[in-house]
Design a protein around this ligand. Sequence first.
Ligand SMILES: [Zn+2]
Ligand SMILES: [Zn+2]
Length: 391
Amino acid sequence: MKALQADAQWKPREGYKPTERESRDKRASMGSDLFYHPSLKLVDIPVPEPKDDEVLLKVGGAAVCGSDTMFLGADEDDYLYYCGHCRLPVVIGHEFSGEIVRVGKNVKNFKEGDLVVAETMNWCGECAACREGLVNQCENLEEIGFTLDGGYAEYLVAKEKFCFHVGDLVSVYGSKERALEVAAMVEPTAVAYNGMFVRGGGFRPGGNVAVFGAGPIGLSATSLAKAAGAAKIITFEKEPLRMKLAKEVGADYVFNPDALYATGTSPSEKVLELTEGIGVEMAVEATHHQAETIPEIEQMVAVGGTIAQIGISPVRTPIMSTYLQKKGVNYHCSIGSSGHDIWPHVIRLIASRRIDPGKFLTKCYGLDEAIEAIEAAERLEGGKFVITPNW
Ligand SMILES: [Zn+2]
Ligand SMILES: [Zn+2]
């Protein structure tokens, strides 16, 4: 079968000492420390065999994530850009959906023909973090599309325990194909859901919400804020196409922060003006620019409000903790989307038409055009791009 595979040479960067787990199975906690001279190309590999507790999926859609764009090139020392957890070679693509074409002999709840999605973060259920319920913080994490072969391929295997049915989406989207294309976006929606409602503890209906960033996570957060009954939703974004999408998924106001500054107003001043000085009950941070956003969020978050930190920044963020302390603000940090029944909740929200990720699915590409799709995502040309390896 055809698959888009990332590969590189295992060669610790000068001065970096791999941990015991890294050396043992040639995995990197931070790919950029260990993988040299990376490549990303279409390869021909055998269709995987499902183990007894696994299903074989014929991939429907595999959505391109910002982290996939970090497999496109190397830094000036020829090390992998991607700074997250990975083990190479690996077929990338961690936001996917598919139709089950074979089941392992111990699989109980799924059968051939079922349409499913599967959690990316494969947690162990045995480590201290998992037993605490913090499965996204699992100490033995495997990640589909980073350490296990992922969705930019005609087929992939997933463990039954990480799969969820999405057959209900066919009646929403009118065809199996379209339902699977949109179902590939359950994962990014679940990332936003985890940050806002599980780690973040949510907000009350009637609260004001600000969202920083209108990439796929910020757009999902904006949709979820609308579905959860936010009074005013104020989204900040710099790309014009994404600003338009934010409006379409439920933002009441969308501002380009640069345009605000040009008129002598800051995002926090604007939010306080729009909320009669109250501020926002929840601020969702979904950018790579926390050094710019957090100082603004400090000023606009309401007394007793919450900051949901979802975006990942490569640089240190300045925080004036006194501002947050005086207002009794909760600063909640999250990563990942697994556990806590998050995926079934997201699937039901889509099935009941409370949210529609299809509104920001910008374009589908064939597997042969996968690199093109990832490059389009890197140029931030819209919402989400989905690769459809089988049609
Ligand atoms: Zn992702
Ligand atoms: Zn674990």
